[in-house]
Each structure stands twice: as structure tokens, then as C-alpha cells.
Design a protein around this ligand. Sequence first.
Ligand code: GTB
Length: 214
Amino acid sequence: MTITITAFERSPDGGKGLARDTRVRWALEEAGQPYEVRLVSFSAMKELAHLALHPFGQIPTYQEGDLALFETGAIVFHIAERHTGLLPEELNARARAITWMFAALNTVELPILDLVTVKIIEGDKPWSKERLPLVMDRIRACLDRLSARLGSADWLDGAFSAGDLLMVSVLLRLRMSGILDEYRNLADYVARGEARPAYQRAFASQLAVNAPNE
Ligand code: GTB
């Protein structure tokens, strides 16, 4: 059955891989699943046809036969459950990998999104300068713990899993801020994720849509 995902017709990052379709593309590449991409404009995202797929009018969505999903965590979990390569077979190891998926999205991504809000969305507000150090402190508190847990391991819990895929995707958002460079092992961890051939293919395919024409 054909898998179709949605992505920005024109991503605001110009193809740096920061929009959330990249993590879904990456999961599909890791799982060796071919997929098609339907590009949507910002206005089309708010129209009824897209709202039927994504109640919050966002990308990415995932369609496979009569199944339609939204939320990258749910989509990556679905892909990981149905194909090999993203979740361990052994049940306890599998449960731990799923725990890291939730940790990436529920614990680590939240302060990182606050940074985007304070710097970009609310950057012109009078409180944003004052708020920035507080947000940075919350990110560092989280990264201190993550860095300590990762230690010198390649991945969070044994072999690469969907937990690592989501954690690396979330941490990538920090690259421009420079905070990641304060944590050598986390910077190396992200680089290891980006070096995976499946990530490279995912990145290249989203870049092909967004890179300005030569
Ligand atoms: N929790 C949802 C999920 O994980 O699927 C969040 C989905 C989401 O935020 N989608 C964004 C969207 O559709 C795109 S990824 N926004 C349009 C809207 O809400 O109207 C967020 C994003 C956008 C742009 C960049 N960028 O250019 O750097 C990075 C990330």
C-alpha cells in the first residue's frame, strides 16, 4: 500500500531539515519503506480537506490505505511497530526504547520549543530578552541530565532505535543556538544520527523540495 506524507510546499527553514516531516522521512528510510510526499501550502493546511487529516492544520500527516495519522510521535511509532529496524524485539528493551521516544517529545522538546518561541515568535516582545536566560537554563538542566545518561555510549539504550531517531531530531533544533557544543557527547550523538545513510536520504529529499533553484 502506498504511504503518502505531507510536507511544507516551502519550508521556512529553506531545507535545513528542521520541519517535522524530516523525522518521518528518516523513520521511513530506516524502515526501507518507499513513500510519496504531497506538498501543502500554509493556506491549504487550514482548509477542510487538510483539517480532516490533521485537526490542528499542520504537517506532517501520514496516509496508508484508509489509515490517516498525524503527530510525528504517533507516526514514527506506527512505522517502528510495523517494520523492523527501529524497535528491539525483546519486550523490555522495546518498552525502554518507547520510553525514550516519549522523553524526546515530552521532556526534551518542550524547553527547546520555548527557545524558538522566545527567540523568533516573541522576539519583538518586551519580555523576550528577560525570558531568554530562563529558557536557556531550563534547556541546560535537561541536557545536563541527558548528557550524563548517554555518557560515552553511541545510543541511548543499546542499538539505535526510534528513541534515538526522535531524540536526535529534537536536539538538531538546537544547533544554531550553540548550546549543543557545550556537550561534546551530545554533539557527537547528533552527528552520529545525521551520518546514518537513512538520515542522509531523508535530508536530501526534503532539501530537494526546499533548496532555491540554482
Ligand atoms: N506535535 C506536532 C507533531 O509532532 O507532529 C507538531 C507539528 C508541527 O508543529 N508542525 C509544523 C506546522 O505544520 C511544522 S514543523 N506548522 C504550520 C502551522 O502550524 O500553521 C515546525 C517547524 C516549522 C518550521 C521550521 N523551520 O522553518 O525551521 C521548523 C519547525
